[in-house]
Design a protein. Structure first.
Length: 341
């Protein structure tokens, strides 16, 4: 599943898709310390502290670590003082759990309170795009005009158009706006993802290859890995992703899946990542974890071929997300040979 680039998460999306904040995405400095998995939350957190933790949760090994605790804090804040910022942050948490209708209602409350709340418009554009409600998504992008840079508003609109109109035309339009100037991470992510969907893998990599993996949100690391797979760089994937976090048990499903696919492609690296992914899949299936439906479908297509399970999870994913990549995943599952496994 693919999430938009203007959200403070993607997780993605994974994961729902790329990501953007209100113009300049949060990127840690090279010497920044990302919070470790045993970090404990204080009994009381300020709105700014919660926002910082949510921003930090974009990065590898962090995306689900504090989800429950942050949600508990935000529910309390929302009940006590539902400001536009609190409502927006609460909607982000709900969006991450794929509770889209609840997230939409609360993000709309934020906009009712502050019609110029940029991140709430971006969040709604993201959710509506994920649901395939492209007209509604575009309206929120248009609401950004005059509130954010022309580049941010244009990236928002063109990303949506690329999902249901001509991706090549959207790509060229965005390139023209960028006009070879240095741009933000969000727009680079969208340009790279558009290139990937068009099958221009070397060009897709060129948009993001200068960015350190440790400074990429999970959704962008996933895109980077998918591009590398298309370029037959499985060794590079294993060497890079295996050292991305100190404890590989904290790797997100989407990253663990790419490691397993790369390992299977090489046939010379044993089955370490494939076994780890099999254990993760077993856990998700026991929980009927629909949030990871995309990864489960891909697992049964690419790692342990099973057309029935692949189609089952691809259909669940399609019920939640209707982006072009989600449609392709469903087609891939439907195209698997039926018969004896």
């Amino acid at each position: 599943m693919h999430l938009p680039l203007y959200l403070p998460f993607t997780f993605i999306a994974v994961f729902l898709m790329p990501l953007t904040l209100q113009g300049a995405p949060f990127v840690p400095k090279d010497d920044a310390v990302i919070a470790t998995s045993n970090t404990k939350l204080k009994a009381s957190l300020s709105v700014e502290e919660i926002k910082n933790l949510l921003d930090n949760s974009q990065f590898s090994g962090q995306s689900e670590r504090l989800q429950g605790a942050l949600k508990t804090h935000l529910v309390k804040l929302y009940q006590e003082n539902p400001t536009s910022e609190v409502s927006y942050l609460y909607a982000r948490i709900l969006q991450k759990e794929h509770l889209f209708e609840q997230a939409i209602n609360i993000a709309k409350e934020a906009i009712d309170d502050d019609p110029n709340h940029v991140n709430s418009h971006l969040l709604l554009a993201n959710i509506f795009m994920t649901q395939g409600r492209f007209e509604a998504a575009t309206k929120h992008c248009i609401s950004l005009i005059g509130l954010v840079s022309t580049l941010t508003a244009s990236t928002c609109v063109l990303d949506i158009q690329s999902q249901h109109k001509n991706v090549q035309q959207s790509y060229q339009s965005l390139l023209k706006i960028v006009d070879n100037k240095e741009t933000n991470l969000a727009t680079k992510h969208v340009l790279s993802e558009m290139s990937y969907r068009m099958g221009h893998y070397t060009k897709a990599l060129s948009h993001i290859n200068h960015i350190k993996l440790s400074n990429m949100p999970v959704s962008l690391v996933v895109l980077w890995a998918d591009i590398q797979l298309r370029l037959n760089n499985s060794e590079h994937i294993i060497n890079s992703l295996s050292t991305l976090v100190d404890d590989n048990t904290n790797l997100e499903d989407a990253l663990l899946l790419r490691l397993a696919i790369a390992e299977k492609d090489l046939k010379t690296h044993g089955q370490k990542w494939q076994k780890m992914m099999a254990e993760r899949v077993s856990l998700r299936e026991i929980r009927q974890d629909t949030f990871h439906a995309s990864e489960l479908a891909k697992y049964y297509i690419n790692i342990q071929p099973n057309p029935d399970k692949a189609l089952y999870w691809a259909n669940i994913n399609w019920q939640q997300a209707k982006m072009s990549m989600d449609q392709q995943l469903l087609k891939d599952a439907q195209a698997m040979p039926r018969g004896k496994l």
